[in-house]
Design a binder for this molecule. Structure first.
Ligand code: ATP
Length: 371
């Protein structure tokens, strides 16, 4: 992120307490405040219907807030129409003109603005070069693959040199392999051109791969904003911990508590040390969240093993790079463990069979308390 502290970075787009209520009474966006910095790759991530698209459309100017304000480059947008905002939008159904060549599709907006011919030619070539479509100028959309068509749509937006590019699930129509390639390309492109990207997706892996920061949304609200690592390693709520990656949610009772840590008894029998960012009270019911890949599994008979919990393997799911184990630690509690299959590891990366008694451990700071 350019090494600058967020405070010093200019803000390109700001939402101040923005709410959108549609005529049918649906509250699509509920008191959302966000600051998006210049040159940032910022994603809005959340399940279908959580208000991502509506948020993006209010930044673009296709919708207007029922309350609150959208600011672009520090100016209140009010009812400023889309074409007067220094932003461009790329949609999922990229809607190229089928009867126009690639060149003409990309040049269209510039011609409307009556920009001189040779400048248009230069800028179109530059934009097509950026999206790696040089040499395709004379093709028609039907002569391109889905990924290439999507790149034409990107070039068409980039050629206007907007300050901010808004992208609404732009890779949604592509198959998985192409989608993954395009994710890396888009990220690379964004770093090259230095334009601020605001990117809507419901795909958590996509958001983690591409973003400088992510806003996780649910039911019209922003639940957490942070870097991919912050969101993944320190989810602030059960929703975020569940939506991004996978988590074990273990119910427990606080046995002892200080301001920085607590001892929580899981499944009525296993006391576990967990960092706490707020004061908890003895006897309080909490949920301890721990990611499957943070749990280490050791055969119970191994000498010197001192696990946090003990149980028995109930299920083994081999997925090539890793194996998932489901370990039953009490009548009503199982824990999922993701273990890397690597024969070069000291423990041999063993595949343990169903029924094996095992100990489970994890680093103290790998677990989070969610109340
Ligand atoms: P998706 O990923 O499915 O596109 P989303 O997170 O982008 O979802 P929005 O499209 O912003 O969600 O919709 C948020 C809520 O507002 C939904 O309940 C939706 O049905 C509702 N909504 C969206 N547009 C309108 C509209 N024009 N009139 C009434 N309700 C709308």
């Amino acid at each position: 992120m350019g090494g600058m502290e967020p405070l010093e970075r200019p803000i390109d787009v700001e939402l101040l307490d923005v709410t959108k209520v549609f005529e049918n009474g649906v509250v699509a966006v509920d008191r959302v405040s966000l600051q998006i910095y210049q040159g940032e790759f910022f994603s809005l991530l959340g399940p279908s219907g959580c208000g991502k698209t509506t948020t993006l459309r209010m930044i673009a100017g296709f919708e207007h807030p029922s309350a609150g304000e959208v600011l672009i480059e520090g100016r209140r947008m009010g009812h400023t129409p889309p074409f007067r905002r220094n932003v461009n939008t790329v949609f999922q159904n990229y809607a190229l003109f089928p009867h126009m060549t690639v060149f003409d599709n990309v040049a269209f907006g510039l011609r409307m603005k009556r920009i001189p011919r040779d400048e248009i030619a230069r800028r179109v070539r530059e934009a097509l070069h950026l999206v790696r479509l040089s040499g395709m100028e004379e093709r028609y959309p039907r002569q391109l693959s889905g990924g290439q068509q999507q790149r034409v749509a990107l070039a068409r937006a980039l050629v206007n040199r907007p300050r901010v590019l808004l992208l609404d699930e732009p890779l949604g129509a592509l198959d998985l392999k192409l989608r993954k390639e395009m994710q890396l390309e888009l990220k690379h492109l964004q770093m090259t051109v230095g334009i601020t990207f605001i990117y809507v997706t419901h795909d958590q892996e996509e958001a983690l791969t591409m973003s400088d920061r992510i806003a996780v949304m649910n039911a019209g609200r922003v639940l957490q904003v942070g870097t991919p690592m912050e969101i993944y390693e320190r989810p602030a709520s059960r929703f975020v911990a569940d939506f991004i990656g996978e988590s074990n949610f273990l119910r427990g009772t606080v046995q002892a508590a200080s301001s920085a840590a607590a001892t929580v008894v899981i499944a009525d029998r296993f006391p576990v040390e967990v960092p706490a960012d707020r004061q908890l009270t003895v006897g309080q019911q909490v949920t301890v969240a721990v990611r499957p890949e943070k749990v280490r599994l050791v055969p119970i008979e191994a000498p010197g093993t001192n696990g946090l919990l003990h149980g028995r393997i109930e299920e083994v799911i081999y997925i090539g790079t890793d194996t998932f184990y489901v370990v039953r630690v009490s009548d009503d509690t199982t824990i999922r463990v993701r273990s890397q299959n690597d024969r070069n590891r000291l423990d041999g990366g063993l595949l343990l069979p169903v029924g094996t008694p095992v100990s489970l451990t994890w680093a103290t700071d790998a677990a989070r308390i969610l109340t």
